[in-house]
Each structure stands twice: as C-alpha cells, then as structure tokens.
Write a protein that binds this ligand. Structure first.
Ligand SMILES: Cc1cc2nc3c(=O)[nH]c(=O)nc-3n(C[C@H](O)[C@H](O)[C@H](O)COP(=O)(O)OP(=O)(O)OC[C@H]3O[C@@H](n4cnc5c(N)ncnc54)[C@H](O)[C@@H]3O)c2cc1C
Length: 78
C-alpha cells in the first residue's frame, strides 16, 4: 500500500529538520505548523535544503523575532 504524508490538523507534519514522515521529503512555510511568516518560511527552506544535502540543521522557533506594527509609530526613548 502507498504511504502518504502525515497530517497534523490540516498541515503537513515535519520534524525539526523540516522532514516529513517520508524520508527525503521536506515541507516548509504555510504547509507546516510554523510561525506563518515569510521570513520564517525562507529560513525553513534553507534548513530543509541543508538537511536534504546531508548536513544537520535544526529549526529553532525560539529565535524568531515577533515585531509589532503600530500606527502612529511607537518610539522608545533612550
Ligand atoms: C494577506 C497576508 C498578509 C501577510 N503578511 C505578512 C507579513 O507582513 N509578513 C510576513 O512575514 N508574512 C506575511 N504573510 C504570510 C506569508 O505570506 C506566508 O507565510 C509565506 O508567503 C509562506 O510562504 P510559502 O512559500 O509557504 O507559500 P507561498 O508564498 O504562498 O508560496 C506558494 C507558491 O506555490 C504556488 N503554487 C500553489 N499551488 C501550486 C501548484 N499546484 N503548482 C505549482 N505552484 C503552486 C503559489 O502560486 C505560490 O507562488 C501574509 C500572508 C497573507 C495571506
């Protein structure tokens, strides 16, 4: 029987190397449960490519910056 991609609440399940349950198949960006941000998708793509090439790259979402956009601009003194 053919095996499909694991589904995690509507997204493709991946490990910290961005690899799916199918060895050698990677998923990134809005396909997976990540931060849902363009720059994070870009990094996930780089990490997936690194791992696909046999390097070891572990995605760490703790270092993703969380900016807040305000109008008017918020200016911190100092
Ligand atoms: C309204 C809106 C505002 C956003 N604002 C921000 C923001 O300010 N900052 C931020 O960081 N993120 C923002 N995001 C999120 C960001 O756009 C996504 O997280 C990011 O684009 C995900 O990248 P991706 O490569 O997974 O998907 P996408 O960028 O959607 O790329 C998927 C690509 O696959 C193509 N495609 C789809 N189906 C097929 C097919 N069958 N065959 C071939 N190609 C196909 C699509 O045309 C598309 O080009 C926003 C998203 C939305 C919807």
């Amino acid at each position: 029987m053919e095996q499909g991609l694991d589904n995690d609440r509507g997204r493709v399940r991946v490990n910290e190397k961005m690899e799916t349950n199918l060895p050698g198949i990677f998923a990134i960006g809005d396909l997976v449960h990540g931060a849902g941000l363009a720059h994070v998708a870009y990094m996930e793509g780089e990490f997936a490519a690194d791992n696909a090439m046999g390097h070891e790259a572990i995605m760490d979402y703790n270092v993703v910056p969380n900016p807040i956009y305000t109008f008017p601009k918020l200016r911190l003194s100092g």
